[in-house]
Design a protein around this ligand. Structure first.
Ligand code: 13P
Length: 251
């Protein structure tokens, strides 16, 4: 089958204020016309989502959250729910980012619950998976990624992947400038797709698997040319208008 349409999503992490986010979003809006072969999305911090959603209303650039609570509402001080993100104009939400897993103790089970909560709210989860450096060095990459995926498959079922995005983000490549080589990334993307093929071929062939980890304009083309790499989840390079647009243009 033909390759899936590329998705380039920017994970702003905990960066930005109203002024620089306005400039960034307006710059993307102006440049999107020259991005022909990719969908673009931005995932600002919660408090900047309404601003981004308002500025992007009617444009082809989607908005996403970076996290959500598993509950819909209630006494969960400081938390944000899926229905709230949906109401604020989000299409996507990142779940299971390695920073959430490592710094906020999110287990595979919690990530699976967040994945399900996202879909229950009508959001498209961008499910992050990926191994630590020591896991890669111990040849455990496939086992780790399989375990992370299995938690979601067990709770939500393979059919749920028809309305989701996967992001393979090797932890050692995040924010380090050490991108996985296209071959290293492709090998894991292929592993993920083949694992899903065993459960449902059509779902596996349709699901977009993004690469994340020091992806930037200068390495995007080679990565996006790989048969099982369907886009990027971009951290640092998503904070600069031209850099982010050029990743989209590389598709
Ligand atoms: P960097 O692109 O800054 O390495 O971050 C990747 C990432 O974590 C995206 O979610």
């Amino acid at each position: 089958m033909s390759k899936r349409r590329t998705l380039v999503a920017g994970n702003w992490k905990m960066n930005g204020n109203r002024a620089d986010s306005t400039a960034l979003v307006n710059g993307l809006k102006q440049g999107i016309a020259s991005v022909n072969n990719a969908d673009l999305a931005v995932c600002p911090p919660f408090i900047l989502i309404p601003l981004a959603a308002e500025l992007l209303k009617g444009s082809a650039i989607a908005v996403g959250g970076q996290n959500l609570n598993v509950n819909k509402s209630g006494a969960f001080t400081g938390e944000i729910s899926g229905p709230m993100l949906k109401d604020a104009g989000c299409r996507y939400v990142i779940v299971g980012h390695s920073e959430r897993r490592a710094l906020y103790g999110e287990s595979d089970d919690v990530v699976a619950q967040k994945f399900k909560a996202a879909q229950d709210a009508g959001l498209i989860p961008i499910l992050c998976v990926g191994e630590l450096l020591e896991e890669r060095e111990a040849n455990k990459t496939e086992a780790v990624v399989a375990r992370q995926l299995d938690a979601v498959l067990k709770l939500a079922g393979i059919g749920a992947l028809a309305n989701a995005v996967i992001a393979y983000e090797p932890v050692w490549a995040i924010g380090t400038g050490k991108t996985a080589t296209p071959e290293q990334a492709q090998a894991v993307h292929k592993f993920i797709r083949e694992k899903l093929v065993k459960a449902d071929k059509a779902v596996a062939e349709g699901v977009r698997i993004l690469y994340g980890g020091s992806m930037k304009a200068s390495n995007a083309k080679e990565l996006l040319a790989q048969p099982d790499i369907d886009g990027g989840l971009i951290g640092g390079a998503s904070l600069q208008v031209e850099e982010f647009l050029n990743i989209g243009r590389a598709a």
